[in-house]
Structures are given as C-alpha cells and as structure tokens.
Ligand binder design. Structure first.
Ligand code: 13P
Length: 260
C-alpha cells in the first residue's frame, strides 16, 4: 500500500521564538525532503506564525498542538482552528497532556476534531490508556471510547483525512526506561484499525495512517516503524534535538525504501 510515513515532532511547551527558529534552521539544513515521507513539527502556538514564513514546505510541515473548537467569539485566551487554517496543515487533538492537565473530556475532543475538519486541518487524534487503566485490564475499552467519541459525526469522506496516534500514557516522557514493547504497540494499533474497520469498512481502515508515540528516539524508532500496523511516529523529547530527530527521519526513509 502506498502510504507516506508520517514523522511528527511534538515540541510541547519548549523553545521560545528564537530557539524554535534556530531548530528549524538546523533541521532544514539537514533534511533533504524525501517524497516518501512527511515530516511535521508541532511547535508552540506562539511560534507558528513566524515559522510558517521560515519553513520550506518541501521539507517540513507545521502542526498545532491544540486549538479551541469554536471558530471565534468571547473565549479569552483561546486560539481557534479557524485562525490557524492558513498556518498549519495538521493539529494534534486530545493529546494526553490536554486530557490530564487541562481536563479535556471525550466530548471536547470530538468537537475539536470537527472544528479541525471544518477548517481544512488534518487532525492527529491522540488516544491511549493510563497505567492504572492498563493495570485494570481496561485498555481496549479506553481506546474504544476515545476513538468512537472522537469520530462521532465524521463522514466516510472526512475520515480519509484523519490520522490516529496511539500514545500509551504510561510510556510518555519516561526517562527511566519504561517503554511500550513493540508487541504492545502492535496489539493496540491492530485493535484501533479493527475499530475503524467496524465503523468505516476495510478500505478506509487499511488506508488510515496510524502513528505510535511514547518515548520514541533514534535508538528504538526502527523497532516501531518496522511493525506492519505503524505508519509513522509521534516524537516528543527526541524531536527537540536536531541530531536525534534527523536520525529518526533518516531511518524512516530507509524503512520506507525497504518496504517498497
Ligand atoms: P515523549 O517522546 O517525550 O515521550 O513524548 C511523546 C509524546 O507525548 C508525543 O506527543
């Protein structure tokens, strides 16, 4: 199947305008723009505008980390998907940090997915279970609930633009070696694809790009990208280091070449 691998760097709440520009400069010097891959960065909201003028779109695309689901109105402090439409091609929606620290519930995630679609931004919907849910044997139920609510009201045409990222919350930002085994990732992603198939059919499920995220770095990226269900990775900490991120992109390119 001819799917482009998608490599996304989530910079989270790191790097000011100057630092972000420097990192983009360093990435662009080293990324050659492979046609079989899409390389996307999700910097802070503050830097999206200046970076949109700096990036070479053949090498890099921009992604928002979040936005508000109303298009405009008296929502002090918020930025809407409508405002981001000219700047970004992708938006993360429902990242576990949003769910955990900002109380984002299933309905809010659903509304944001619809707002992104309405404004021509491709949603990267992040789903995943916490350690507690995993220990209680609730992983499938959690994935099912997060997925089906997020996709509520999404038509069979709109679904073609959606990307799903499986990010087990217990494997995010771990610097102490708690990683999801590739087999864990494969199992969860296969389940997610089967759910999409139940809702939209086999063709859509097979065509959908599914990402894995959770402490992925240049040392372990290959073990995830080699999994048949994985169409890309969502990278946090390692994407802040240009050498690591470029090494991840280069390995993805190599794997894509081997797949053909
Ligand atoms: P880390 O790679 O830092 O664990 O972050 C993963 C993540 O949350 C990406 O969205």
């Amino acid at each position: 199947m001819d799917k482009k691998l998608l490599i996304v760097g989530n910079w989270k709440m790191h790097l000011n305008v100057h630092q972000s520009s420097l990192l983009v400069h360093r990435l662009q010097e080293r990324l050659s723009g492979h046609r079989s891959l899409e390389v996307v960065i999700a910097p802070s909201m503050l830097t999206l505008q200046p970076l949109s003028q700096q990036i070479d779109r053949r090498r890099l695309k921009l992604c928002a980390q979040d936005a508000y689901f109303k298009d405009d109105g008296p929502y002090t402090g918020e930025v809407s998907f409508a405002m981001l439409g000219d700047l970004v091609q992708y938006a993360l929606i429902g990242h576990s940090a949003r769910r955990l620290y900002f109380g984002e519930d299933l309905d809010t995630v659903r509304d944001k997915v619809q707002a992104a679609i309405r404004n021509n931004i491709t949603p990267i919907i992040c789903i995943g279970e916490t350690k507690q849910e995993r220990d209680a044997g609730e992983t499938k139920q959690v994935l099912h609930d997060q997925l089906t609510t997020a996709l509520m009201n999404i038509t069979s045409k709109e679904i073609e633009r959606i990307v799903i990222a499986y990010e087990p919350v217990w494997a995010i930002s771990t610097f102490d070696g708690i990683l999801a085994k590739p087999s864990d990732a494969q199992k969860a992603l296969r389940y997610i694809r089967s759910q999409v198939e139940d809702l939209y059919g086999k063709r859509v499920a097979e065509a959908m790009r599914l990402l894995y995220g959770g402490s992925v770095d240049n040392h372990d990226v290959r073990s995830y990208l080699e999994l048949p269900e994985v169409d890309g990775v969502l990278v946090g900490a390692a994407s802040l280091n240009y050498q690591k991120f470029v090494a991840i992109v280069n390995q993805a390119h190599q794997i894509q070449t081997e797949r053909k």
